[in-house]
Design a protein around this ligand. Structure first.
Ligand code: UD1
Length: 345
C-alpha cells in the first residue's frame, strides 16, 4: 500500500514540485493550502505530469478547528512536508505581525495535531539559509552559527527550527529541517514553476518577466561588492533537485535512518554565481538580450552565499544535478507558458 504523505503548501512553488516527486516515488499525496499565494489550477497541472490527482483541501492552517478536523478525517498519514508559509522578505519588514502570526501559528497548530500521529510523526521542514545571516566563512556548513535574523521572515524560520528542535527532543516527533540556498528554475515539463504575486523581488522571476516584456528592465543591485565582477554571489539550486531532497529526507525517517530526532541539512549546489553570470546564462540559453542596468545596493543583501553540501551528500546520499543553464532554460520555458495562458484555461 502506498504510504500517505501530507504536503502543506503543496500548490506553491517548491511544494508543487515536491508533490510530483513524491507521487513519482510511489507515495499517495494529500495537499492542503489556503491558496493565499497560489492557484488550485496547480493541482490539475500536477496531475498532468504525474497522471495522479493529489487529494486537495483548501485549509488555512492558522485555523486550529479546521486543521484538527482534517487530521480526524485523514488517519494513516505517515509523514508531513511543511511548506505553507509567507516568504516575502520585504513585506515581512513592513508587516511583521502578519508573518509571525501566519508562519508560527500554522506550525504550532501542525505540531499539536502531529502529537496525535504517534510514531508516524515525521516532519520535513522548509527552512532557509537566511538563518545564517551574514556568514563569517564560506562555504557555509551546518555548524556555522545561526545569527540574529535579518528580517521577520528570516526570524520565523529561525524560531520555527528552534521550536521543532525542542519538541522533537521531548516527544516522538522526528524532524529534518532543510535549509535552502536560492531555489530557481521550473519543472522540465514547463507545467510548474514560480508564480510571484505582483512585482517579483527575486532575481530570476524578475529576469524572465523582463525578457517577456512585463517589466522594463532589470536593476542589478550593487556593482561594488568585493567579488570578481562586483555583483553579489549566490548558490542557485534547481527547484527539482530541491524537491528530490525532500523525498530523500522523508524516506530517511521512514527507514529509521535518521541519527537524531531533529537533523538539519543545507541544500545548494556548492557553486556560487554572480548576478552578472546569472544574466549571461539566461541570455545564452534563451537567446534573448536582457535589458538591465546597475543600481544601488539593496539594503539587507549579503555579499556572498555558498553552501557546503558535504553533509547532505554523505548522510542523505543526495546531490544537486542540474546546472545554472538548465535552471535558466527551464525558468524561461515556464515564463513563456505563463504568457501563453497556461493558468487561464
Ligand atoms: C532572498 C531573500 C531570502 C530568501 C530567498 C528565497 C532577501 C534579502 N533575501 O534571497 O531570505 O530565502 O530570497 O526566496 O530578500 N538581485 C538584483 N536585482 C533584482 C533582484 C535581485 O540584482 O531585481 C540580486 C540581489 O541583489 C542578489 C541576487 O540578485 O544579489 C539574488 O537575489 P534574490 O533572488 O532576491 O535572492 P536573495 O536576496 O539571495
Amino acid at each position: 500500500m502506498a504510504k500517505k504523505i501530507l504536503v502543506t503548501g503543496g500548490t506553491g512553488y517548491i511544494g508543487s514540485h515536491t508533490v510530483v516527486e513524491l507521487q513519482q516515488n510511489g507515495f499517495e499525496v494529500v495537499v492542503i493550502d489556503n491558496l493565499a499565494n497560489s492557484s488550485q489550477k496547480i493541482i490539475e497541472l500536477i496531475a498532468r505530469i504525474s497522471g495522479k490527482r493529489p487529494l486537495f483541501e483548501k485549509i488555512d492552517m492558522t485555523d486550529k478547528v479546521l486543521l484538527d478536523d482534517f487530521f480526524l478525517r485523514h488517519r494513516g498519514i505517515e509523514g508531513v512536508i511543511h511548506f505553507a508559509a509567507f516568504k516575502a522578505v520585504g513585506e515581512s519588514v513592513e508587516k511583521p505581525l502578519k508573518y509571525y502570526h501566519n508562519n508560527l501559528v500554522s506550525l504550532i497548530n501542525l505540531l499539536e495535531c502531529m502529537t496525535g500521529m504517534g510514531a508516524n510523526a515525521r516532519l520535513v521542514f522548509s527552512s532557509s539559509c537566511t538563518v545564517y545571516g551574514e556568514p563569517d566563512q564560506l562555504p557555509l556548513t551546518e555548524k556555522a552559527p545561526v545569527k540574529k535574523a535579518m528580517s521577520p521572515y528570516g526570524n520565523t524560520k529561525k524560531i520555527s527550527e528552534e521550536m521543532i528542535h525542542d519538541i522533537a527532543g521531548r516527544t516522538p516527533l522526528q524532524a529534518i529541517s532543510l535549509r535552502y540556498f536560492n531555489p530557481i528554475g521550473a519543472h522540465e515539463s514547463a507545467l510548474l514553476g514560480e508564480l510571484p504575486l505582483g512585482v517579483p523581488n527575486n532575481l530570476v522571476p524578475f529576469i524572465t518577466q523582463t525578457a517577456i516584456g512585463i517589466r522594463d528592465q532589470l536593476r542589478v543591485f550593487g556593482n561594488d561588492y568585493n567579488t570578481p565582477d562586483g555583483t553579489c554571489i549566490r548558490d542557485y539550486i534547481h527547484v527539482s533537485d530541491l524537491a528530490k531532497a525532500h523525498v530523500v529526507a522523508l524516506k530517511r525517517m521512514l527507514d529509521h535512518q535518521n541519527e537524531a530526532p531533529h537533523e538539519v541539512f543545507n541544500l545548494g549546489t556548492g557553486t556560487g554565481y554572480s548576478v552578472l553570470e546569472a544574466i549571461a546564462s539566461f541570455e545564452k540559453t534563451s537567446g534573448v538580450a536582457l535589458k538591465w542596468t546597475f543600481d544601488e545596493r539593496r539594503p539587507g543583501d549579503v555579499e556572498q552565499l555558498r553552501a557546503d553540501t558535504t553533509l547532505a551528500n554523505l548522510r542523505l546520499g543526495w546531490k544537486a544535478e542540474k546546472g545554472l543553464d538548465e535552471m535558466m532554460d527551464s525558468a524561461w520555458k515556464w515564463e513563456q507558458n505563463l504568457a501563453a495562458g497556461i493558468l487561464n484555461d
